[in-house]
Design a protein around this ligand. Structure first.
Ligand SMILES: *Cc1c(COP(=O)(O)O)cnc(C)c1O
Length: 361
């Protein structure tokens, strides 16, 4: 082996969902919003001064930080922004998880957490969710180098009641606790209101899901001014200009149209509820999701077969191999029309399965 090869960092990367760009597919695999972002975003982008692009953006993205702080009635010193919440979360791991003790997160959760932990050489342990995929708060009442979990959790969609999150905080006043609220707008209570009482709490949110701006890459974190300062110091040691001018302008414009945001949120949650009922009628096990996706198990638990059958019909959902998740599919809530196409395919597949069964029996 060539000597220099020994010095190359080998990592096991995160696998994002597929992004096929054919217009005819039903794409329910990456929890994108099925509705376009507010028209105010397109307007703001059209009005951008192209000649200003010769300048570097504001390294602090102050306009966007102020707009987010105003929207959530916080001080700008409590807001950090980044290139999607993936960037914000990576900065949080780098900044806050520097102990020899293990960081704790659930065994079934956002699969990027172990990837960052490995990349930054952070020890971690993964307490198992209970058999109903619920987080057991007591698992987090022990020595640790930090705690992180999404609320609602991914890929289950199950939300943790706020009093339980507060109990985890109370048992961990010496750790930083990060609540990843990528899906919180679809129906879970936000931990934002706990910020004033817990200076060790970090709440991370994103414009990618509820605000329909996955392509723009805007994420943010809330925390005490001391934590936000630490995040910014690490960010400025890594890359000063993370937010480009278009993203800053788009984010500000998007926040200004709260009416549209609430309207699309309500459309998605309504679609989620009837999709849930219809799937149950077909014999699926459906977890109680407060997010813009459902975690479901088909009647005969043959999730991988179903994943492949749907894919052949140009319907993309997400399948996670592994002992705890292999009987389930994660299905993003799309438009009613997209869900109808999904149900057409599901009913065909169930009928075919019955016919096969009859032949064999
Ligand atoms: C989608 C998602 C993110 C990342 O979203 P960004 O597009 O990077 O903002 C973070 N956490 C969870 C749990 C997610 O599902």
């Amino acid at each position: 082996m060539k000597n220099w090869k020994k010095n190359i960092r080998q990592v096991q990367p995160y696998t994002p969902g597929e992004q096929p760009d054919r217009p005819d597919i039903v794409k329910l695999n990456t929890n994108e919003n099925p509705y376009p972002p507010s028209s105010s975003v397109e307007k703001a982008l059209a009005e951008m001064d192209g000649s200003a692009l010769r300048l570097y953006p504001d390294p602090a993205a102050s306009g966007l930080v102020r707009a987010i702080a105003d929207f959530y009635e916080l001080d700008p010193s409590q807001v950090f922004v980044g290139v999607g919440s993936d960037d914000v979360l990576a900065m949080c791991f780098l900044t806050f998880f520097n102990s020899q003790k293990p960081v704790l997160f659930p065994d079934v959760t956002y699969s990027f957490y172990p990837v960052w932990a490995d990349l930054f050489r952070i020890p971690f342990e993964t307490p198992a969710l209970d058999e109903d995929f619920c987080l057991r708060k007591e698992d987090y009442y022990r020595e640790n180098g930090g705690i992180i979990f999404p609320n609602p959790n991914a890929p289950t969609g199950i939300a943790q009641p706020l009093p339980q999150i507060e109990e985890i905080l109370q048992h961990n006043l010496d750790s930083i606790v990060i609540v990843d609220e990528a899906y919180v707008d679809f129906g879970a209570p936000s931990a934002i209101r706990l910020l004033e009482r817990y200076e060790n709490l970090v709440v991370v949110q994103t414009f990618s899901k509820s605000r329909s701006l996955a392509g723009m890459r805007i994420g943010y974190a809330f925390g005490s001014p001391e934590l936000i300062r630490a995040l910014n110091d690490v960010k400025y040691s890594f890359n000063s200009y993370t937010m480009n001018q278009a993203a800053i302008a788009a984010g500000i414009a998007c926040l200004a149209d709260a009416l549209y945001w609430r309207r699309t949120l309500s459309l998605i949650t309504q679609t989620r509820e009837w999709t849930k009922a219809r799937l149950s009628d077909l014999g699926f096990t459906v977890l109680d999701s407060q997010a813009n996706f459902l975690f479901v198990s088909p009647p005969d638990k043959n999730a991988k077969d179903l994943y492949e059958a749907l894919r052949e019909r140009d319907i993309y959902v997400r399948y996670f191999a592994g002992p705890r998740t292999e009987n389930y599919l994660r299905i993003t809530i799309g438009t009613p029309l997209q869900m109808d196409r999904l149900f057409g395919a599901l009913e065909d597949w169930l009928r075919e399965g019955k016919r096969e069964g009859l032949k064999k029996g």
